[in-house]
Each structure stands twice: as C-alpha cells, then as structure tokens.
Design a binder for this molecule. Sequence first.
Ligand SMILES: Nc1ncnc2c1ncn2[C@@H]1O[C@H](COP(=O)(O)OP(=O)(O)OP(=O)(O)O)[C@@H](O)[C@H]1O
Ligand SMILES: [Mg+2]
Length: 358
Amino acid sequence: MGNRIDFCLLEEIFEKNMFEEKYFNKNDNVALKILMLLDDFSEGFLVLDTEDQIIFINKKAAEVLALDNDKIIGANLNNIALDQSIIDFVGKARAGSTKIVEEMGDGTLGSWLELEAIFNDEFLGIVIRDIKGRKEAQNEQKNSYESIRNLNTHMQLAREDERASLAREIHDQLGQRLTGFKMEIDYILRKSQNLETFVTEKLRNVINQIDRTIGTVRNISRNLRPGILDDFGLLAALEWQADEFTKTSGIPVFFQYLGEEKKTDNQKVTAIFRVYQESLTNIMRHAKCTHVNVMVNFGAEKIALEVADNGKGFNPEILKNQKSLGVFGMKERIESIGGKFEIESAEGKGTKVKLEMP
Ligand SMILES: Nc1ncnc2c1ncn2[C@@H]1O[C@H](COP(=O)(O)OP(=O)(O)OP(=O)(O)O)[C@@H](O)[C@H]1O
Ligand SMILES: [Mg+2]
C-alpha cells in the first residue's frame, strides 16, 4: 500500500489556489511538483475547474474510475463515461459549502469508494479512497453479530419451552399427587372413630403441611412460566404480575390499558412479559419509588407497553460501561424479534421503560 494523501497539504494548495495556469506553466512550480508526487499515492485525487474540466488526475484515481489519465486531462467531466454517482457527488459538492464525504458502491463502481471533496472559488478537488477492505470487515462483523443474535433467540426459545414443560410437569404431577395424599388423610380423619387425639392432631398437621407444599409447588411452577399467560393471555398475566409485585414490595401499581388484546405470536407475548418482569425487578431493586404506572396499548398494528416509576432514576450513560446485563438483555430480546425498546431515565426523575412490538 502506498502513502496516503495529507489532507492539510491539499487544503493549503487549494487555499493558495496553486492550480492556476501561470503556476502550471512554470518549471519550478511548487504546486505542480507536489501534484506529481500525488501520482504515487494509494488514494485517488482529481481536480476540476468551474466548468467541470479535469485539470489533474493521479494514477490511482484514473485506475479506480477506469479512465486513461494521459488523455483525460482537459476533458469535461460530463462528456466522459463516468458512473452517475460520481457526477451526482460533484453536483452535491458544488452545491454545499463544506467538505462532504460519501460512501458509494457496490454495484456499478465495482467497489466501495469513499469520496471527499475539497474546494475553493475556482477548483474542486476530489479524494477517492477504496474502502472495500473496510466494508468487507464491517460486513463480516455484521454477519457474525447476526449469527450470535440468531443463536441467542434460538436459545431463548428453547429455554422458554423447557421452562413451560417443567412448569406443567411440576404443577400436574407433583401438585396432583400432593392433593391425592391430602384427600387420603382427610378420608382417614372422616371415617375413623375413636382416634386418639394426638393422632388426629398429627394428621391435621400433615394436611396443613401438604397445603403449604401445594402452595410452594404452585409458586415454583408459576415462576417458571405463569400458566395464566397461556390460558388467559398477556393482559391477564401483566395484571397478575403487577399484583404479585405489590404483594411482595408494598408498592402500588396503577395499571391501565387501551384497546383490545388480539391473538399474538407466542414468542412476542413471552418476550413482552419477560421484559415487563425484568422492569419490575429493577424497580424493586433500584428505584426506591412510591408508585408505578403501567400502560398497555393494544393497537391495530402493534402492542405498546410503558412501565414508569417515580423513583430515584439514573443516568442512562452508565449502561454503556457496566457489567450488568439486565437492560441490555431486555433491549436485545425485544429488538431481535422486530420490536423497539427504549429506557428513559434521569437522576431524581424516575425511570420509564418503553417497548413496542409489531
Ligand atoms: N427503575 C430503575 N430505577 C433506578 N435505577 C435503575 C432502574 N432500572 C435500572 N436502574 C439502574 O440501571 C442499572 C442497570 O440495570 P440492569 O438491569 O442492567 O442491571 P442490574 O439490575 O444492576 O443487574 P442485573 O444484571 O442483575 O439485572 C442498575 O444497576 C441501576 O443502577
Ligand atoms: Mg436488572
């Protein structure tokens, strides 16, 4: 790879307007000598006058634009076979008052180019950089990011499936068996006469313990995957979770909704519900608030959800350089399936989590 063009040097040439003919005709012309040096550069450079006549082009620019650099000097830009995007760029550069940088590719030019314009009253210079390498690296990075995202979505689906079947199994198998024990003991208590008091007491005690265990089993199963989400839908599950939140935290939730819930893709409903749970967990852990407002809007095109607290808030900049993954995970989960996620917060101003799912 050759040297790169020093943009400051070019700017100086343009400022002093060293392209004038009087300079070019003199043998000791400094500008010309400098321009000669540009021939060996790895970046293309081309100079036009106000009439769009090419007055200088280096080897690299001629090569990239597929022009013959000996014959092209003096030709008018509009009379030579040149990609339309280059001509458009010159038009834009002339219309603007500052330097502009533009990436073009890939189709007709055959490669990714970055063009930068530099000009004074009389001349327009264009630096042409071949950015194929940079673009390829960016694409590679994008592809590997997409693979990771797909893998993550896949793993999340698998995990939700596992949780759902585990929840069902625990609820049905364990729950039913415990209820069975309870009924058996109940039967003994009802049918036997002359049981010693301590035996009756013990048996009642066992029934109480079984009841408590049934409660625990139900909780475990619900925490894995609330059946209410599958049986009664998103709205019911969101309201139920808000009640649970108030029961454990003592913080009241003002729950409002608009529109009517429609049948929605299970993956999307689950993602909304999980993000909602995570928002409430964050409120419980960090917000120190006195109330929470939840607003669900079932629109024709999308479901929107807002969870706002009036707590201490935080500067969202901290999310960029901290290790916790809660907010990052919520955003990723929603965006990877086509939704939008946003978190608004400021110190002392509470926090609002907003999401939209088409
Ligand atoms: N509702 C909120 N009120 C105040 N601060 C919040 C709220 N939600 C998030 N934060 C701040 O943002 C930070 C990042 O939240 P995030 O959920 O990503 O991580 P975390 O809750 O600390 O840990 P975890 O990875 O276990 O979720 C929190 O540490 C907290 O400082
Ligand atoms: Mg968190």
